[in-house]
Design a protein around this ligand. Structure first.
Ligand SMILES: Cc1cc2nc3c(=O)[nH]c(=O)nc-3n(C[C@H](O)[C@H](O)[C@H](O)COP(=O)(O)O)c2cc1C
Length: 185
């Protein structure tokens, strides 16, 4: 049966390259998948505060926890900020990991795509995120790894597709591998 996959993008920027990649995955790359890929927004979340868990949380926090709970697996598509993940993404991970013992990430499979304008492809962010996912008990797809460097050269002028078929094929293989990974869990 088709699973619900949440795409979580680590950039809030209107013209974000990571957002563009997420939209290409939803609109074309995941076409052959029996799973449904949908973006889960994180920009509305307040900074996590542990008082939420004893005094009650803002409705955006409760709603986000419910939305995460309703998904079966997650694909993180993130830029690298200062060789790590953007704070907004770490915040989203923290928000849905609490109250203690009630993490809605627990046990759900994940995949990581790091996207950069630079040549290193967000390697640092990719691996810092893996560290968090280990603690959150989210089995993260190991291969193929997705360090997408020089993104400006890969996107079409309007940013709605990849220029080269080999980039499309690369992403399709990744989605196939992730679908197989989800089945294992
Ligand atoms: C605060 C900040 C730190 C950054 N640090 C890195 C970095 O460590 N490595 C990298 O490859 N790019 C870095 N960049 C450049 C990003 O790759 C670039 O801004 C990219 O477009 C961000 O992704 P987005 O287009 O999805 O917003 C940084 C950008 C910002 C704003």
């Amino acid at each position: 049966m088709g699973k619900k996959i949440g795409l979580i993008v680590g950039s809030l920027r209107k013209e974000s390259f990571n957002k563009k990649v997420a939209h290409i995955i939803m609109s074309t790359i995941a076409d052959d998948s029996e799973n449904t890929y949908q973006i889960i927004e994180i920009g509305q979340l307040p900074f996590y505060n542990q008082d939420f868990d004893t005094e009650g949380a803002p409705s955006t926090v409760d709603d986000f926890r419910v939305e995460v709970a309703q998904h079966d697996a997650f694909m993180f598509i993130t830029p690298e900020y200062n060789r790590s993940i953007p704070g907004v993404l770490k915040n989203a991970l923290d928000v849905a990991s609490r109250p203690y013992g009630k993490s809605v990430w627990n046990g759900k499979p994940a995949a990581i795509v790091s996207v950069s304008i630079g040549a290193i492809g967000g390697f640092g962010a990719n691996h810092h995120l893996r560290q968090c996912l280990t603690f959150l008990n989210m089995p993260a797809l190991q291969q193929p790894e997705m360090y997408i460097g020089n993104i400006t050269q890969l996107l079409s002028e309007d940013g709605t597709s990849f220029k080269e078929q080999q980039t499309v094929d690369h992403f399709k293989k990744f989605i196939q591998a992730f679908d197989g990974w989800i089945e294992k869990f």
